[in-house]
Design a protein around this ligand. Structure first.
Ligand code: URA
Ligand code: SF4
Length: 217
């Protein structure tokens, strides 16, 4: 399963590397599809590649990335155990915000990555990824407060760059990361409980109708 997921994620990264679906392709040095564990329990979604990310083709490798590494370390995780990506996979010029039409153009890649990784928690970093799950919300009001559906939790976080710019946010950021770890454990327990007692439908043996779980992919 993990190997198949890895192969499928690599295929998406290959598609991204030649993508011309929005104007951001003209200014890029490298595409930044995302990186990490294909089987990650936590998927982080940032905004878009910056200067260093564009140079290296990897997400969060500049100052924001250093701070993200620090926050992960504080809760006993490292980058190899999570998956990190962005709402747009090419660098916006001069690090400007991604535009709505660019986010829409790039959306299918992110949707497919999420379906493959199927994380327990989707943690959004900043306003643009937050807007996917919490439209019209204000980050200062909802950061650290997850929303749940049957499958996973959505956990809004400040963008690391915001906390670097404004040291007053760092205390909240660290508290939110501790809470994020708790939510991940909570979701893991829920999914384990769900697989221990399979739903009735899983027992039917009609070959025309695959069990519910397989339909997700
Ligand atoms: N900021 C982001 O939002 N994403 C990155 O990959 C790096 C910095
Ligand atoms: Fe394609 Fe996304 Fe890059 Fe736009 S940002 S060119 S949609 S990969």
């Amino acid at each position: 399963m993990t190997q198949e997921t890895m192969t499928a994620l690599t295929a998406i990264a290959d598609e991204i590397s030649t993508c011309t679906k929005c104007a951001l392709h003209t200014g890029r040095t490298n595409t930044v599809p995302g990186a990490g564990d294909p089987n990650a329990d936590i998927l982080f979604i940032g905004e878009g590649p910056g200067f260093h990310e564009d140079k290296q083709g990897l997400p969060f490798v500049g100052r924001s990335g250093d701070y993200l590494n620090y926050l992960l370390e504080k809760i006993g995780l490292n980058r190899e155990e999570v998956f990190i990506t962005n709402v747009v996979k090419c660098r916006p010029p001069n690090n400007r915000d991604p535009l709505p039409d660019e986010i829409v153009a790039c959306k299918a890649y992110l949707d497919r990555q999420i379906a493959l990784i199927d994380p327990l928690v989707i943690a959004t970093l900043g306003r643009f990824s937050m807007a996917r799950y919490f439209p019209n919300a204000r980050i200062s009001q909802i950061h650290g407060q997850p929303r749940y559906d049957e499958r996973r939790a959505y956990f809004p976080l400040y963008h690391p760059a915001a906390a670097l710019r404004n040291p007053k946010l760092r205390h909240d950021m660290e508290a939110d990361f501790r809470h994020l770890l708790e939510v991940m454990h909570e979701m893991r327990d829920k999914r384990n409980a769900a697989t221990e007692s399979p739903p009735i439908e899983a027992e039917h043996d009609d070959p025309e109708e695959p069990p519910q779980q397989l339909k997700l992919f």
